[in-house]
Design a protein around this ligand. Structure first.
Ligand code: F6R
Length: 612
C-alpha cells in the first residue's frame, strides 16, 4: 500500500526522495510528504494532498528543502481521509520526531487516549501519529532515540514498516518492520530505505530485506540491524538484477499497456527455463516425488486476480491430477478453520509477495502443518521467504495497479506445476502432456501474434464505453476467465461488471438482461462451445448487445449469431485462458482510455495490499 523511501548520504536528499516516491506512487497516491533534516538540525516537513506532482511543485522539485538526510511517503488512506494533515510524515507535538508508516497500528485508539490523558495534542485522525507522539513521550523519559524506538515497538500492535527521524540525532534514520515490506539499500557513502526496490534501483542494486521484528539504524557510513532482542544481526545482501528501464514506461502512454505488451517476453522467462527435452523441470523446487504422492489435499490460496489464476488452476489441476483442489480467497481461508494438516499442499499465489491476507493465510496453513509452495513475482518478498518452496514468475516489475503480465505468468507456472505433479502421480495422459508442453513453448509466440492483430479492440471500446453495466458469461475455464475480465474492466473503467457461469443465468441473473445490456460472451472452451452458444442466443433474445470471444476455429460458427467477435489462436484446451485474457485486458484498457480514467492508478486502489 503506502510507499516509503529514505536516504542518508552527502547529496541533497529531497530530489532523491521525490524521484523514489515517483517510482512508488503506484503503491498509494492520495497524498504525499517528505521530511528532510536541515544543516541546522531542524526537521523540515512538507506534505500535499493528491498526486505527488502537487508536493513536488510545492517544494520546487525538492530545491526548497536543503539537507542530506530525509524520508518520503506516498499514502493510501486507511485511518483518516486523504488530506494534508493526515498525510505522512507525522510530526510529534514537540517537533522532535517525524514518522512515516505503512500498515495499521491496531491499538492506536488506546494509545491515543493514554497520550491525550498525558496532555499530548493530536493533529490528525491517523493511527500513525501515535507513533510520533509516543516516541517523543518515551524520549522524554530515556533521552535515547534507539531506546525510545524499542519502547514504542513494545507498545504498539499491528503491522508496520516505519521510518523515523529525530531532530536530536540528525545523522540517522531508524527503521522497523513487522508484517509490512521494507528493504535496505547500500550505496557508495549513502544508505537507503524503501518499501520496494523500484524506489532506489537508480542508486543501488545492493539490498537487504528486513525481517519482522528487526530494527535498522541507517547512517551515511552504513546500516546496523538489530533483532527484536536488540542483538546485532548480519544481513544477507541481495543484488537486484532487473534494469531501471523495466520500471519505466518506455514510450507507452501507460504502464498497463506496456505490461500487456510485455507478456510474451515475460512468458518466455517463466516457461522456457522450465522445459527440458519436452519435460517440465521445476529447477530449484525442493518438493520430492514422495511428498507429492503423499498429499491428500490441495488448496490454492490467493486474492484478486491471483485468486482468478487459482480458479483456472482448479479446473486444470483437477483434470491433470484427478484430485480435488480447493481454491480459496486468502481473506476467507485464514478465518475459516480450514481442514489442513501435514498431508496438505497449499499453493499460494501472489504477484507482490506482500499481500497481507495471503501472508496470513500462508502462516495459518503452515501452523497447521501444510507444505507451502508459492508462485510469486517479487523476488525476496515476504511470501517467497516464508514459503517452503517458491517458483518465481520472473515477470519483472509490475507497476500498473491492474495486474496483467503477473497474471499470465502465474497461470503458466501453475499449469507447469499441474503437468509436473501429473507426471509424478501418473495421472496425466502422456499425449495430452506432450501437447500441452509443446503448446506452452508456442504460447509466447502465439500471444505475440495475437497482440499484433488486436486492432479492432479500440473500435469495440469506442462502441461500448458508455455502458454502465456489463456481464461476462462463460462455462468452465471461460467462467474463470470471465472473472478476471470482469475485474479488469471494473477496476480501471469503474463500469459495474459481473462474471457468471453461463449455466447460472437462468437461476436469477437473466432478469437483469434487457435491451442494450452489454454481455461479453466467452466461448473459447471447445468442449462446451455449443452450450455457450445456447446462452448467447438466450441473452440476445432478451435484447443484449453481445461481444463474443472465441477461438479461430470457432469464429465462423460464432459469427452466425454474433456480429462482434474477438478471436484468439487455437491452443491446448488448458491454455486457452492464457490467450483469452489478452483481448479482455486490452478491451478494459481501451474502455478506460475512452472514459478518461486514470488507468495506472485507479481510484481507491493501490498495488500490494498490505492491510487487511
Ligand atoms: C487486480 C489486482 C489485484 C491483485 C490482488 C492480489 O488487477 O492486481 O486483484 O491480484 O490484490 O495481489 P498479489 O498478487 O500481489 O497478492
Amino acid at each position: 500500500m503506502c510507499g516509503i523511501v529514505g536516504f542518508v548520504g552527502s547529496e541533497q536528499a529531497a530530489p532523491i526522495l521525490l524521484d523514489g516516491l515517483a517510482r512508488l506512487e503506484y503503491r498509494g497516491y492520495d497524498s504525499a510528504g517528505v521530511a528532510v533534516v536541515s544543516e541546522q538540525h531542524e526537521l523540515q516537513v512538507r506534505k500535499a494532498k493528491g498526486r505527488l506532482q502537487a508536493l513536488s511543485d510545492a517544494i520546487h522539485g525538492g530545491a526548497d528543502l536543503k539537507g542530506c538526510i530525509g524520508m518520503g511517503h506516498t499514502r493510501w488512506a486507511t485511518h483518516g481521509a486523504p488530506s494534508e494533515v493526515n498525510s505522512h510524515p507525522h510530526v510529534s507535538a514537540g517537533g522532535k520526531f517525524a514518522v512515516i508508516h505503512n500498515g495499521i497500528i491496531e491499538n492506536y485508539v488506546e494509545i491515543k487516549e493514554f497520550l491525550i490523558s498525558q496532555g499530548v495534542r493530536f493533529k490528525s485522525e491517523t493511527d500513525t501519529e501515535v507513533v510520533a507522539q509516543l516516541l517523543e513521550f518515551y524520549y522524554h523519559e530515556c533521552h535515547d532515540f534507539f531506546e525510545a524506538v524499542g519502547r514504542v515497538l513494545r507498545r504498539i500492535e499491528g503491522a508496520y514498516a516505519l521510518g523515523m527521524l529525530c531532530a536530536d540525532c540528525p545523522d540517522r534514520i531508524i527503521a522497523a518492520r513487522k508484517d509490512a515490506p521494507l528493504l535496505l539499500g547500500y550505496g557508495d557513502g549513502c544508505t537507503f530505505l524503501a518499501s520496494d526496490a523500484t524506489a532506489i534501483i537508480r542508486h543501488t542494486r545492493d539490498v537487504a530485506y528486513m525481517e519482522d521484528g528487526e530494527v535498522a539504524v541507517l547512517t551515511a557510513d552504513g546500516i546496523r540491524v538489530y533483532n527484536a532482542l536488540s542483538q546485532p544481526v548480519e544481513k544477507e545482501h541481495h543484488r537486484i538484477d532487473w534494469e531501471v528501464s523495466a520500471a519505466e514506461k518506455g514510450g507507452y502512454q501507460h504502464f498497463m499497456l506496456k505490461e500487456i505488451m510485455e507478456q510474451p517476453e515475460a512468458l518466455r522467462r517463466a516457461i522456457f527455463p522450465r522445459i527440458r527435452d519436452g519435460k517440465i523441470a521445476l529447477g530449484g523446487m525442493k518438493l520430492t516425488n514422495a511428498q507429492i504422492r503423499d498429499f491428500s489435499r490441495i488448496f490454492i490460496v490467493a486474492c484478486g486476480s491471483s485468486y482468478h489464476v487459482g480458479m483456472i488452476g482448479k479446473y486444470n489441476l483437477e483434470h491433470l491430477l484427478h484430485r480435488s483442489v480447493e481454491v480459496c480467497l486468502a481473506s476467507e481461508f485464514r478465518y475459516s478453520d480450514p481442514i489442513v494438516d501435514e498431508h496438505t499442499l497449499v499453493i499460494v499465489i501472489s504477484q507482490s509477495g506482500e499481500t497481507l491476507d495471503t501472508m496470513a493465510a500462508l502462516r495459518e496453513a503452515k501452523k497447521r502443518g501444510a507444505y507451502i509452495l508459492s508462485i510469486v513475482n517479487v523476488v525476496g518478498s515476504s511470501i517467497a521467504r516464508e514459503s517452503d518452496d517458491v517458483l518465481y514468475t520472473w515477470a519483472g516489475p509490475e507497476i500498473a495497479v491492474a495486474t496483467t503480465k503477473a497474471y499470465s505468468t502465474q497461470l503458466a507456472v501453475l499449469d507447469m506445476i499441474g503437468l509436473y505433479f501429473g507426471e509424478v502421480l501418473g495421472t496425466v495422459d502422456p499425449a495430452e502432456y506432450g501437447e500441452v508442453v509443446a503448446e506452452l513453448q508456442k504460447l509466447p509466440e502465439k500471444m505475440e501474434a495475437l497482440l499484433g492483430r488486436c486492432d479492432d479492440i479500440p473500435k469495440y471500446a469506442a462502441e461500448y464505453f458508455n455502458h454502465n453495466s456489463v456481464f461476462f458469461i462463460g462455462r468452465n475455464l471461460d467462467y474463470a476467465l470471465g472473472l478476471e475480465g470482469s475485474l479488469k474492466l471494473k477496476e480501471i473503467s469503474y463500469i459495474h461488471s459481473e462474471a457468471y457461469a453461463s449455466g447460472e443465468l437462468k437461476h436469477g441473473t437473466i432478469s437483469l438482461i434487457e435491451d442494450g445490456t452489454l454481455v461479453i460472451a466467452l466461448g473459447t472452451y471447445a468442449p462446451l462451445f455449443d452450450k455457450a452458444m445456447s446462452n448467447v442466443v438466450e441473452v440476445k433474445a432478451r435484447g443484449a448487445d453481445v461481444l463474443a470471444l472465441t477461438t479461430e476455429s470457432h469464429a465462423k460458427e460464432m459469427a452466425k449469431t454474433v456480429e462482434n467477435v474477438l478471436t484468439i489462436p487455437d491452443t491446448a484446451r488448458l491454455l486457452l485462458p492464457s490467450l483469452g485474457v489478452v483481448p479482455l485486458q486490452l478491451f478494459s484498457y481501451y474502455v478506460a482510455l475512452q472514459r478518461g480514467c486514470d488507468i495506472d492508478k485507479p481510484r481507491n486502489l493501490a498495488k500490494s495490499v498490505t492491510v487487511e
